[in-house]
Design a protein around this ligand. Sequence first.
Ligand code: 6U4
Length: 159
Amino acid sequence: MTGAQVTLCFLLRASDGAEEVLLGLKKTGFGTGKIVGVGGHLEQGESAAQAICREVAEEVGITILTEQLIPAGTVEFVFPARPEWDMFTTVYLCRDYVGKAVESEEILPHWYPVQKLPHDRMWADATHWVPAFLAGEHGTWRIVMNPDNESVASSTHSL
Ligand SMILES: Nc1[nH]c(=O)nc2c1ncn2[C@H]1C[C@H](O)[C@@H](COP(=O)(O)OP(=O)(O)OP(=O)(O)O)O1
């Protein structure tokens, strides 16, 4: 395991019989301009579960309790050309939360049908792991980026 400890959560809701996921346009910091899962860095002394509850509240104004989180697995992002960008991400799903998504300085949130994710506006690697987590698969992913820090050199998955 390498990289900064981060966490993200896919909030899910039913809409006309179809499932939707809350993603957000990143307005600042790492990945600006991309559509990403809601989340961020763990602070000193925080568990991933505590961090994601704080991040979701800060970024989109929704309240989650740690017991409402569904652990889904981890994704390690490796940037060989920029090792300082490496991140180790703990991923959760959540179907039980309070509040409506609101825009913050960091994220413009939007609900997307799980079957129609905006892949052209997401990180290129997202096709490798996001649909799998949203389909309920539990897993450990390792994504290694090419020197352009955008396209995927390799992606491995284990249970
Ligand atoms: N290759 C990749 N594909 C992807 O889909 N998400 C990635 C990724 N590499 C990193 N991420 C995610 C993980 C993490 O949720 C997010 C970066 O964390 P943050 O949003 O917290 O970063 P920032 O530097 O903007 O914010 P601060 O934590 O406030 O410093 O980017």
